[in-house]
Design a protein around this ligand. Structure first.
Ligand SMILES: Cc1cc2nc3c(=O)[nH]c(=O)nc-3n(C[C@H](O)[C@H](O)[C@H](O)COP(=O)(O)O)c2cc1C
Length: 200
């Protein structure tokens, strides 16, 4: 039997989405699920400019195999002009071969994001990331209202997925409610992955 793991794939320029990625990981690991946290390189208007294949610091870049073999996918990007950031889109646009072979079909997926401002487009970005997953035939996992912090958060955290609002505390640091929403969403992903793979 192959190893089961949740792939947490994110891009983050200033740390907020990275903090959400680690909060999701804490939740999934708490239930005993293996987690791989991966990122993607920056893109440049000059397409001949590339990063080294291994980043100088931080998380490893995601490989096609990381994505192909995952049992669940949490996809995170900052909101940029109401959409996902170009480096994430660039990576996702390279996965046409996985789409053509239905490689990600039936795999649970969720999304997370961060914005500068409260109404800066969180839900649109989350739906953007989830739309990618729908095209691949994945099973969408949200952050339901049974997560009590969803009902009282004053900043980020939506039923469409965990999030952070940077202007709330002028920092990429998550509020306690934002952390708990991401943590519990990581736990929910782990529970669903474990249920789906119980007999395989
Ligand atoms: C080019 C660019 C576009 C942005 N567009 C938006 C936006 O549409 N709405 C918003 O609220 N914040 C916007 N922001 C702010 C980021 O979403 C915010 O700083 C986010 O927390 C960054 O996440 P990170 O720390 O993981 O990089 C934008 C930032 C940049 C650099």
């Amino acid at each position: 039997m192959t190893e089961k793991y949740l792939l947490i794939l994110f891009y983050s320029a200033s740390g907020a989405v990275k903090n959400l990625a680690h909060a999701l990981a804490d939740g999934a690991e708490e239930l005993g699920l293996d987690v791989k946290i991966r990122t993607v390189p920056k893109v440049s208007p000059n397409t001949e400019l590339t990063d080294p294949s291994v980043p100088k610091e931080g998380e490893t870049y995601c490989s096609k195999e990381d994505l192909l073999n995952c049992s669940g996918l949490a996809l995170g990007s900052p909101t940029r002009f109401g959409s996902m950031a170009a480096p994430m889109k660039h990576f996702l646009d390279s996965t046409g071969d996985l789409w053509a072979t239905h490689a990600l079909e039936d795999i649970p997926g969720c999304a997370f994001t961060s914005t500068g401002s409260m109404h800066g487009g969180q839900e649109v970005t989350l739906m953007n990331l989830l739309t990618y997953q729908l095209h691949h035939g994945m099973v969408i996992v949200g952050s339901p209202y049974s997560i009590e912090e969803i009902n009282k958060t004053q900043s980020g955290g939506t039923p469409y997925g965990p999030s952070h609002v940077e202007s709330f505390n002028s920092s990429p640091t998550l509020t306690p409610d934002e952390y708990k929403i991401a943590h519990k969403t990581g736990m929910r992903m782990a529970k669903i992955i474990q249920k789906l793979n119980a007999k395989s």
